[in-house]
Design a protein around this ligand. Structure first.
Ligand code: S3P
Length: 177
């Protein structure tokens, strides 16, 4: 049975802030995948990327998805690259209603600031080009979510309220599929 809400989407679209607030509103547990990985590995995401490389991080990410699948009553914020692995998207959909948060490039640039703490934005070239390139690669994966919300001109509270307003639909749909 689907009893979780999973937020996916590009970096800096508000997954963590919205997830926290949504969990509060719905009285559910909040799980941030990146923070859980950092706590388990006792290392920051940039450290994991620098010391073990992106493939090692992706393995930790998929392992965390598998663990989440066994739990209920949560709002889960994924990392920006989690659902780029179709297996992860399928696993997350099997245990939750997946909402993609999207944002336009100016909003992402503004919210991501210097990109500090986000190794995927550190590759050479300009930050805007890097965002554009990654968004282009990833958009088809985010498009597979059950629902999408453009957060560009919305506050965290607006987005959380929009999702919570769909709570009946979300949990009913989960029970039927
Ligand atoms: C990543 C996004 C990050 C984090 C890691 C990789 C990505 O999460 O999982 O740096 O590949 O887009 P946020 O989306 O929370 O920044």
């Amino acid at each position: 049975m689907k009893e979780n809400i999973v937020l996916c989407g590009f970096m800096a679209t508000g997954k963590t802030s919205v997830g926290k607030r949504l969990a509060e509103i719905l009285g559910l547990e909040f799980v941030d995948m990146d923070a859980s990985i950092e706590a388990e590995e006792n290392a920051s995401i940039p450290q994991i990327f620098a010391e073990r490389g992106e493939p090692a991080f992706r393995e930790l990410e998929s392992r965390m998805v598998k663990r989440i699948m066994g739990r209920t009553g949560m709002v889960v914020s994924t990392g920006g690259g989690t659902v780029v692995n179709p297996r992860n998207m399928a696993d997350l959909k099997s245990c939750g209603f997946v909402v993609a948060l999207t944002a336009d490039i100016p909003s992402i640039l503004r919210r991501a600031g210097s990109g500090e703490g986000r190794p995927m934005l550190q590759a050479g070239g300009g930050r805007e080009d890097r965002i554009r390139e990654l968004l282009h690669q990833r958009a088809p994966f985010y498009a597979q979510a059950d629902m999408a919300i453009d957060t560009s001109s919305l506050t965290v509270e607006d987005v959380a309220m929009k999702i919570s307003a769909c709570r009946e639909y979300i949990f009913q749909k989960g029970e039927k599929s």
